[in-house]
Design a protein. Structure first.
Length: 72
């Protein structure tokens, strides 16, 4: 995904995960300055390490969602 096409979705989603440090940096600057909600960016490493980080983030998110849904 190119930076431009990824940035287009910043108003449609809550979170964008990428290994592109410049994209994530700009995304988080926009989040602070924009007069409306935009996605929060999370930087992961490149290659296999980034895949492991992504899977870890996703598994933590699933656990948080499951825990919050059982409280209701």
């Amino acid at each position: 995904m190119s930076r431009i096409s990824g940035a287009c979705h910043a108003v449609d989603v809550d979170l964008i995960i990428s290994a592109d440090k410049n994209f994530i940096s700009m995304l988080n600057l926009i989040k602070v300055e924009a007069p409306f909600n935009t996605a929060h960016g999370i930087l992961v490493g490149a290659g296999n390490a980034g895949v492991e980080e992504l899977l870890h983030l996703l598994s933590d998110s699933v656990l948080l969602i499951e825990r919050s849904s059982t409280r209701h």
